[in-house]
Design a protein around this ligand. Sequence first.
Ligand SMILES: *[C@@H]1O[C@H](CO)[C@@H](O)[C@H](O)[C@H]1NC(C)=O
Ligand SMILES: *[C@@H]1O[C@H](CO)[C@@H](O)[C@H](O)[C@H]1NC(C)=O
Ligand SMILES: *[C@@H]1O[C@H](CO)[C@@H](O)[C@H](O)[C@H]1NC(C)=O
Ligand SMILES: *[C@@H]1O[C@H](CO)[C@@H](O)[C@H](O)[C@H]1NC(C)=O
Ligand SMILES: *[C@@H]1O[C@H](CO)[C@@H](O)[C@H](O)[C@H]1NC(C)=O
Ligand SMILES: [Ca+2]
Length: 502
Amino acid sequence: MESLRAAVLLVLTAVAAAAPTAQTDQPNIVFILADDLGFNDISWHNPDILTPNLAKLAGEGVLLEQSYVMPLCTPSRTALLTGRYPYRMATQRGAILPRQPIGLSVNFTLLPELLRSAGYSTHIVGKWHLGFCAPEFLPQNRGFDSFYGMWNGQEDHFTHELNNSLDLRLNMEPDWNQSGIYSTELFASRAERIITEHDKSKPLFLYLPFTATHQPVQAPEELEELYPNIPNDLRRTFSGMVTALDIAVARVVESLKASGLYENSVIAFVSDNGGMLTAAGNSWPLRGSKGTLWEGGTRTPAFVLSPLLQKTGYVSTEVIHMTDWAPTFLRLAGVDTSDLGLDGVDQWETLSTGSPSARDEFVYNMDTFPVGFSAALRQGDMKLVWGWPGQNSDWYPVPDSNNVTVPDLFDPEYVQDVSELDMSDHLTDQHGEPTLPVHLFNITADPEERQDLAEQLPDVLQRMQDRVRELLVDVVPGYYPPQVDEGYPSDGLFQTGWCEAY
Ligand SMILES: *[C@@H]1O[C@H](CO)[C@@H](O)[C@H](O)[C@H]1NC(C)=O
Ligand SMILES: *[C@@H]1O[C@H](CO)[C@@H](O)[C@H](O)[C@H]1NC(C)=O
Ligand SMILES: *[C@@H]1O[C@H](CO)[C@@H](O)[C@H](O)[C@H]1NC(C)=O
Ligand SMILES: *[C@@H]1O[C@H](CO)[C@@H](O)[C@H](O)[C@H]1NC(C)=O
Ligand SMILES: *[C@@H]1O[C@H](CO)[C@@H](O)[C@H](O)[C@H]1NC(C)=O
Ligand SMILES: [Ca+2]
């Protein structure tokens, strides 16, 4: 009896002693975000694409086959950095346009701010795209110790200009000196420098949102030349962009190893949304494209890599949602998230051990228009798509020649149709069913969304529609005002200070 008590005491003491070291063991966190890289734009889904480094790294970690993100750049980034659904923050509708007077509301505390409070050095390299019209929206005022990159959603990959105006800064300082250096290489160099110069007495959070493979479609010539057999010119250049990204990620991981940070690092690689057809991105065989609620808009290549993972070298089909990364990283940093009201869930057990996903449900997106709405919900195997799914609802193989016209992202006429439908009572009326289209799929059995089960499974349909009605109460309609003249660049440079923060 005595010895049992002693043993228990010993265990308790060991646990107590372990607690403080957990704090100092906070891992380095490196989050690598690809831009518009579709399901079919990576070698493990499409052998025509050359990403040997990414495939090797994914193989050494856990390849995530059900990694879900938002359909567009800005919504996806708001989900990542807040751990919340964009529909609760009015950021769900679109990507921020250069002269739109909007940003991610300062009401929301971002991941880097919370990590910095927990002792991290925090850096962002690459594309911000969460608003810059007010200084309060800028990354260095949202928890990042340093910012190097661009404020907008896209720019020329060599000149770093959009509409003949520079969008490249180190914190506030414009960097006029990088014309001719390819964006993906430029950002990899900056990331290497941050890693090399990192003060190891602190943990590092490096957020690395590359502009690859967003349009404009441009690649270093020698990488494009690796693809002589791709018949579509735009797709060939696009493929070179993917390979540039592959090389850049390898450089970053090498640099973590060389500086001794790798052993205590967690590295995630995720694409922010599906392939954009007009920019030669591709989500085949999934349905739809960037900008849609279909799998092709929301399910993208991803993996996690870390010596801290208990089980590695396998393909996980567990659902990980974009909102889950913030609470997962915060848990690793020792930050309690229980009072933060996040939609994301801590997925470390799943990532580390391969145990079932910590969630059974997620919202792909929701938005309400003056009349009409758009929603998709997942519960277990099942997916409900209700209302406007976005443009491009077909299946789009990679173009096999130059003689193809691909559909554009937005078709104003279609939006017009939806807005003409009277949806004014969809929140309350359980019996007068909306006239908007409704679809039901078993994603496990039918990831391509070809078999609509809405008529076959009325009970499941009813249950999921009821759940959407319940969730709709929380929807803040997307805030997406027109562009304003105050936002025009001046002195050849994109500027801040032409809107009020909110
Ligand atoms: C921010 O918080 C203020 C004060 O609570 C509130 O009035 C405002 O609506 C919030 N804005 C957003 C975008 O949530
Ligand atoms: C590009 O800049 C010019 C000059 O400021 C302006 O007239 C034009 O509207 C701009 N284009 C866009 C797409 O903002
Ligand atoms: C750009 O180059 C100029 C002179 O060539 C130099 O004074 C300046 O510090 C450089 N800026 C940056 C951000 O490297
Ligand atoms: C291009 O495609 C169209 C429609 O598919 C076809 O009618 C036309 O002959 C094609 N042109 C060439 C040069 O192959
Ligand atoms: C969905 O498909 C999977 C795989 O075929 C099956 O196990 C499951 O029972 C299906 N779920 C429903 C609700 O039909
Ligand atoms: Ca994107």
